[in-house]
Design a protein around this ligand. Structure first.
Ligand SMILES: [Zn+2]
Length: 175
C-alpha cells in the first residue's frame, strides 16, 4: 500500500502538512498509515466532527505533542477489536524498541519507559481512547528550565521503517 490510496490516508497525512513533527514521529506515522488500514480512517469525536486516528498536535501549548515528539493512535479500549489491535501494535513497538528508541508508551492504565519496563499508569487521565508514544527526553526539557522541549538524538531516527513494517505485517493476517 502506498500513501494516498484512499481518502482516509490523505486525511491522515494532512495533519502533518505544513508542520514539523520530528523525523521519528513522521516515519512512524507513515509506516502505520501504510500498514494498518484502520489507522488511515477517521473516527467521530463526541462533538460529531470526523478526526484522523493518528494525531500528533495538541493545543499549541508547551507540551511533548506540539513539540513534535509524540503521536496518538486513536484505538478505543472499550471496543474489543480495537483493544486487540492496540495490544498487537504495542507488542510491535516493544519488539522494535532497539531500532525505534522511543521514550514512553501509554495505553489504558499501563505505561512503558524507554527501557521497555512496564508499570501502572496512575494519572487521572487514563488512556482509554488512544495509544500514546513519544520521544520526550525529560532531562533535556529540565535543562532548559522547562522553557522549551528539545529533540533528543533519538527523535531523528528513521531507520526503523523496514523492521517495523515487517513486524506489523507478521501479525497483520490475524487482525
Ligand atoms: Zn499523547
Amino acid at each position: 500500500m502506498g500513501a494516498c490510496t484512499g481518502l482516509g490516508v490523505c486525511k491522515g497525512l494532512q495533519t502533518f502538512e505544513g508542520n514539523k513533527p520530528c523525523p521519528a514521529v513522521r516515519t512512524l506515522a507513515q509506516v502505520l498509515l501504510d500498514n494498518v488500514s484502520l489507522l488511515t480512517e477517521t473516527y467521530v469525536e463526541v462533538n460529531g466532527a470526523p478526526l484522523p486516528r493518528l494525531q500528533w498536535k495538541k493545543d499549541g501549548t508547551l507540551n511533548r505533542h506540539d513539540a513534535g515528539l509524540a503521536l496518538d493512535l486513536i484505538l478505543f479500549a472499550n471496543r474489543e477489536s480495537e483493544k486487540q489491535l492496540a495490544s498487537e501494535i504495542i507488542e510491535a513497538f516493544l519488539e522494535c524498541r532497539p531500532e525505534m528508541q522511543w521514550y514512553s508508551i501509554i495505553y489504558m492504565n499501563f505505561q512503558y519507559d524507554r527501557f521497555g519496563t512496564r508499570s501502572p499508569y496512575t494519572e487521572s487521565d487514563l488512556h482509554m481512547t488512544h495509544i500514546h508514544i513519544d520521544w520526550l527526553n525529560y532531562g533535556l526539557y529540565e535543562q532548559t528550565g522547562k522553557t522549551s522541549i528539545p529533540w533528543p538524538s533519538e527523535a531523528y531516527r528513521t531507520g526503523f521503517a523496514d523492521i517495523l513494517t515487517e513486524r506489523l505485517n507478521r501479525t497483520y493476517s490475524s487482525w
